[in-house]
Each structure stands twice: as C-alpha cells, then as structure tokens.
Design a protein around this ligand. Sequence first.
Ligand code: GCU
Length: 338
Amino acid sequence: RTFLSLMGAAALTSGAMLTGCGAGSDDDRKIVRIGHVQSQTHPDHLGLEAFADHINEKLGDKYRVEVYPSELLGSQTEMVQLTQTGAIDFVVASTAIMETFSAKYQIFNLPYLFSSVEAYHEAMDDPEVTDPIFKTTSKAGLETVAWLDAGTRNFYTIKTPINQPSDLKGLKIRVQQSPTNVEMMRLLGGTATPMGFGDVYTALQAGILDGAENNELALTDNGHGDICKYYSYDMHQMVPDLLVANYAFLEGLSDEERAIFNEGFEIVKQVEQGAWEDAVAEAKDKAENEQHVNFIYPDTAPFQEAMAPLHDSVLAANPELQPIYDLIQQHNAANTAD
Ligand code: GCU
C-alpha cells in the first residue's frame, strides 16, 4: 500500500534504499529521506521543502534531501519506527506518537498545559524546557531537532454539537494512539477510539466514529469537514509537531555539516511557523463557506476542570517531569491570556 511496501522490504534490508546508490549509478550522494503525514500544501511540507532546498544547495555534492508527504512511507507510527532504525532519516511526528517511544513526551499532551499561544511558543523555544525531552531519546535512536506549530486541537463531530463535556458522553471520538489522549477522553466521558490519522476519514464516513479532535486543517486538508459539521473550540491541547531525526544520522555528520543541518532545522521551523496562521485562517474560511461547518465557541472552563486530574497523574507517574512542568508554569505566568 505504501511507497516502501511497493519498493519491497528486500530493497530496504539490502541497503539499496539506505545509501541511495541505485545499481549502476555513479551518484554516491546519500539520499536523506523525510516522511510526514500531511498534504503538499500543509505548512509542514512547505517548511520541509525549504529545508531540502537549503541542504541541497549547501551540501548537494554529498546529500540529496527528498520529502515524502501524505503517509507515502507509512503511518506516522510506522515512519517513527523507520526513523528509529535508520531506514529513513527524519519524520514529522506528533508528541502523541512520540509518547510511546519516550514517556517524557507525555508532558506536551497534557490538556490546557499552556495558558496562551504566547506561553506555548515561548516555552517551546526555551531549551531548558525542551532539551531534557528532545535530546534524551538517543537510546531509542531518535532526537527531536525542531518543533513545528500544529495549532490548537478541538473536538468536531458529525451530528452532535459539543457545548459541554457531557455532550461527549457515549460518543466514539478518534484520538491519536497515546495513553494520555485515551485517558483524556475517559475523563470527559467519551469513548476514545485510537487510530492512525490516515484512517480517520474512512472511519468517519463509515460511521465507526462520531467525531474526532484536531486543528482546523484536518477539516479541509483531510476532508473531515465534509462529514463533520460541528467544530467546537474547547481548545484542549496546543501540541507541536516535531521534526525527529535518526540519532546515528545526526552523529555521523561532520561538525561543518551539522552546522548547515542546524541552519536547516531553523529554516523548517521559521517557514512552517510563518505559514501556520494563514493556513488556519484559510482552512476556517473554507470549512465555513464551502463545507458548511458550524464553529462553536463553548465555555472552556468545564472542559479544563474535567481534564485537570491528568496533570497530577502524569506528574505522579513521571516525577522527572516536575521541574519542566514548573518551568512551563513560569512561561504561563509571564504570558497569561487576555
Ligand atoms: C495533526 C498533526 C499530526 C498528527 C495528526 C493526527 O495533523 O499535525 O502530526 O498526526 O494531527 O491527529 O494524527
């Protein structure tokens, strides 16, 4: 089904794919493969294309960066595994999927972790917050090199408008495959249905799901707004997407190359984040006017109250996260929402 399965597992294990040296080719540049789940118009893809241009321009004699969108290389979980083994070099992964590779990522999946967009951005740009998480998964073969904006996640449903937590009772809501997200739904009284992003559209269409939760781009880019007509701004999560690298690949770069890759990581971030706000505005406009999605603005306080116990349980299970959590609270205090 996927590009990789079409290429055949044999090619992968034989190393032909790893080095990028096609039979009979005298091109010994290493092909750097980056996989992600989004469309080619999504800010993630635009950022990665700019990254590819930068590396291909500066280090084109040794590397050729190729960006594979739309789950071409597999689901997000599969692509993280491929990155872990070095079959591909980078993946854009959500903090939810990363949670299964390192429990530390749970912190970012806590609902209402950040008090405002400003606090969220400032905290994510603070290496004291991110380094202890991003740079300590080398044993798992992975290192996060940049965070990308993925907006705010909200509930959306086919038939039932969500105005308060009790409206979720008995509804089957798709969540990402992460224990924190499953627990979040349990606290709200809904039925969590974890599945990969690429399967959500069909599951909504088949009526296996009553709804899902995501940022606005899922309505348009992924067509969920064709089926779900109620989008409720309960604002439960501001979660970044992460550019995650194969650790051995990073370690194998010379100092000069690493400096150029580091510039590239800054470029992905800037281009992606720079494109985010407009992409959301455009998605919202299209959802409202073409897909006829109703946007609902419920009181967020009851949602926040219902999900609050998750902060305590995650911190109790992972005491090493407490200092990072406290630092985030400082960013919150310095950037309170109006
Ligand atoms: C967003 C996010 C992805 C994630 C997806 C999902 O699109 O950017 O990284 O995979 O949501 O809900 O699975």
